[in-house]
Design a protein around this ligand. Structure first.
Ligand code: BGC
Length: 373
């Protein structure tokens, strides 16, 4: 049966190649109208897309944004899909992938929990003729057909520059900077760190800043981040700035800073423009976050997946080097944006968070002050 799907898919791919290569201009999803030039058999080959999200705790984004936008895109295209969340469990991740393949997925899109287990899933999919997409996180040595994400080194650069901006505004002299990095098993965390260290290291080297504690948070676990930061602050009570790799880790640090009446005095960075992160910014406790327009990421990935499900061979716009295999992976990389208190309103205007969810209770007045309509 699998073989049948495979040969049909390959035939359709050959027939629709020219069509697929010119897609991609409008940022929307591939629709049935684009398919009309393909013969009827091409339509019959339309497959099913399986998506595995990593967890729902390391960041609010996976359930509140990624799932929502992917679902909308698949529904609009009328393509069969199944989106599941592994809830941080690597065995579960594998089980979900097996089930999806058994149930006829012809495209598998994953956000790996680490490269090793991600690779096992990708290998299995490929051996069954299932097309693969690494979504947001690159699986090192995984050999996925495509990778869709943001420019993650740039995310880190924006975080480093953001922290520098906030420390400068506070006129901090020789600030001790703590780094609370993402999971050591997430290639993105490596890229974020490369980015922010490219900004901070020269400042450490020139003695303008002092390098403080620097630690990764296993699995981006927010609770562990709190414990880790508590220890950092106990050992180094003069920490004057915190490079936290996302809003969840940032909030963990802010909670500890609050207990020590240091919130608002010590700038903290973040990422993901979560409601909590944006509220921390409005409260003056968080220096900045990085907004990644996840709708664009989900749309780009869904568009690829839909084309693959129709047996097409979609074109990528960029490529990234897999640092483990040394190979280039066809990629689509989007542009992240830094958010400070004065442009929190842009995130609302973009529809990523609503005024209703952001401007609750004590934040109502702060929202008005920040020009949020
Ligand atoms: C994503 C971030 C997210 C983090 C934790 C990273 O791979 O790029 O957006 O905050 O994982 O889930």
């Amino acid at each position: 049966m699998r073989k049948g799907i495979l040969s049909l898919t390959t035939a359709a791919a050959a027939m629709t190649l020219g069509l697929a290569a010119c897609g991609g201009g409008d940022g929307g999803t591939t629709t049935a109208t684009q398919d009309t030039a393909a013969p009827a058999e091409g339509k019959a080959a339309t497959g099913k897309v399986g998506v595995i999200l990593p967890d729902s705790k390391s960041s609010a984004r996976w359930e509140t944004a990624d799932r929502k936008y992917l679902e909308e895109a698949f529904k609009a295209a009328g393509v069969a899909y199944d989106i599941q969340n592994a809830q941080g469990d690597k065995n579960q991740f594998q089980t979900i992938a097996d089930q999806m393949i058994t149930n006829g997925a012809t495209v598998l899109m994953i956000v790996n929990l680490d490269s090793g287990t991600g690779k096992a899933v990708l290998d299995k999919a490929k051996s069954q003729g299932v097309a693969t997409i690494d979504y947001d996180r690159l699986t090192l040595n995984g050999g996925a057909s495509y990778y869709v994400s943001f420019d993650n080194t740039k995310v880190g650069v924006l975080q480093g520059e953001g922290l520098v901006k906030c420390l400068t505004e506070k006129k901090a002299a020789k600030p001790i900077v703590a780094e609370l990095n993402g999971s050591a098993t997430d290639n993105n965390a490596t890229l974020f760190k490369n980015g922010y260290d490219s900004v901070l290291k020269p400042k450490y080297d020139s003695k303008e800043y002092v390098k403080g504690p620097d630690q990764s948070v296993p699995d981006w676990d927010n609770a562990q981040a709190g414990t880790i930061f508590e220890q950092m602050l106990t050992e180094q009570p003069k920490i004057a700035g915190v490079l936290a790799a996302n809003d969840g880790l940032g909030n963990a640090a802010i909670t500890v800073l609050r207990k020590n009446s240091l919130n608002g005095k010590v700038p903290v960075t973040g990422q993901d423009a979560t409601v909590q992160g944006l509220q921390n910014i409005l409260a003056g406790d968080q220096c900045m976050t990085v907004y990644k327009a996840i709708k664009k990421e989900a749309d780009a990935a869904a568009k690829l997946a839909i084309a693959l499900a129709k047996g097409e061979k979609p074109a990528a716009t960029a490529s990234v080097k897999d640092t483990e295999s040394g190979k280039d992976v066809p990629a689509i990389l989007l542009d992240p944006q830094p958010i400070f208190i004065d442009n929190v309103k842009d995130v609302v205007a973009d529809g990523f968070v609503t005024k209703d969810e952001l401007c609750t209770g004590e934040f109502a007045a702060k929202c008005t002050e920040a020009g949020i309509q």
